[in-house]
Design a protein around this ligand. Structure first.
Ligand code: GLU
Length: 405
């Protein structure tokens, strides 16, 4: 399942519902620019290794290219292409003045020491210095990259170019140009979208939640849903999965994982196979890990009443059809996880005008934008009797097409 093929198929399914100029559709199918680089790193043992790095700049009709950098062993140019197209749509859905891009490195960062990860981050920034910049392309964290690595990249970029705005990367540490609220923004934005939709689908506090992924996005989503009275009954990370139908003590699990780096040794839960999460008996399913998790193979076995996509591309087009026919709404990634890039954009704005906004201001602006987009997308879905993904694509594409004129 090639993620870029899936993304193009999603695009085709949406554009068939509206008359867009053929040249515009073609433009959306082709990223503006793709850069592949080889990044040499001196390893701790003194040897030199080369890692393949990418930046795909999909589209900048609405503003500078924008999107994260992923360090992952399965990352390749097709995945980054797909993610860059989704970013173009996501920034348009969010209504922020940004385009879409994505970056990555094929690497298992778990096998790298902190110094080696820092060297890789520096190497990526050095290799891409010509094509990125505050008015050109503004990268951010994604899987296995974090505020510290964004700070390293910012430093390296400043050293090379003399740029002192700190606005070339977002998701930086607070106090080093980062924005309050950025770390929680993806999960909080997802919750805001869910909260705006839940009545329509008869879901209320007390409902049960299963979450795949316990990183920056899945872990914080678990905390937020738990704090709002939802019962998180099953969660997985990249190695383990645990369940407790009475509700997992999420703050305790978060503390345990922070202290030990693993779910192992945590009490009051039963360990299950991570493959059971997607079809777990819970009212709400939150995929917050990688692509292609909900497929034609398991879509018929899903028990959730609503799926909130905090991961990028977790559902294949075939699975979308099955779920739509079964009446299970899928809140699409380009809406559900747009909170991250929204607050990244706020960070960039703060850097450019030399301000630091309070967390309340950030969260209020985030909430307003996410609520407005949710409303528009629901209205389109209703009007066209289609799923929320096609509706979200249409909202984004209309905004993008407007920008061509
Ligand atoms: N990597 C995140 C995403 O997939 C955030 C991108 C950003 O903050 O620019 O949306």
């Amino acid at each position: 399942m090639n993620p870029f093929k899936n993304a193009l198929s999603q695009l085709a399914r949406a554009t068939s519902l509206h008359q867009f100029p053929a040249s515009f559709i073609e433009r959306m199918q082709h990223p503006d620019r793709e850069v592949t680089v080889s990044i040499p790193i001196v390893m701790d043992d003194g040897s030199t290794k080369f890692f393949e790095g990418y930046r795909v700049q999909h589209n900048n009709l609405r503003g500078p290219y924008k999107g994260g950098i992923r360090f992952h062993p399965e990352t390749n140019i097709d995945e980054v292409r797909a993610l860059s197209l989704w970013m173009t749509l996501k920034t348009a859905v969010a209504g922020v003045p940004m385009g879409g891009g994505k970056g990555g490195v094929t690497v298992n960062s778990r096998e790298l020491s902190l110094r080696e990860q820092e060297a890789l981050a520096r190497g990526w920034a050095r290799a891409m210095a010509d094509v990125i910049g505050p008015k050109k392309d503004v990268p951010a964290p994604d899987m296995n990259t974090n505020p510290h690595l964004m700070d390293i990249m910012t430093e390296e970029y400043a050293k090379i170019t003399g740029d002192t705005t700190r606005a070339t990367f977002t998701g930086k540490p607070v106090g080093k140009g980062g924005s309050l609220g950025r770390e929680r923004a993806t999960s909080l934005g997802g919750f805001v979208v869910f909260d705006a939709l839940r009545e329509q689908y008869n879901l209320a506090p007390g409902a049960s939640v299963a979450i795949q992924g316990f990183g920056n996005v899945g872990g914080i989503a678990a905390e937020i849903f738990h704090a709002h009275g939802y019962k998180v009954v099953a969660v997985s990370d990249s190695r383990h999965a645990v369940k407790n139908d009475a509700g997992i003590d999420i703050p305790a699990l978060v503390a345990h994982k922070k202290a030990t780096g693993t779910f192992e040794g945590f009490e009051d839960v039963t360990f299950i196979d991570p493959s059971e999460i997607i079809t777990y008996n819970a009212d709400i399913l939150i995929p917050a890990a990688t692509e292609n998790q909900i497929t034609a193979e398991n879509a018929n076995d899903i028990k959730a009443q609503l799926i909130l996509e905090l991961a990028n591309g977790p559902t294949t087009p075939e699975a979308d059809d099955i779920l739509f026919a079964r009446g299970i709404p899928v809140v699409p990634d380009i809406l559900a996880n747009a909170g991250g890039v929204t607050v990244s954009t706020f960070e960039w704005e703060q850097n450019l005008i030399g301000e630091a906004w309070s967390e309340d201001v950030v969260n209020e602006r985030l909430t307003n934008l996410m609520q407005a987009s949710t409303k528009e997308i629901t209205a389109i879905a209703k009007e066209l009797n289609t799923d929320l993904r096609r509706a979200a694509f249409l909202l984004a594409l209309k905004r993008l097409e407007e920008a061509t004129r």
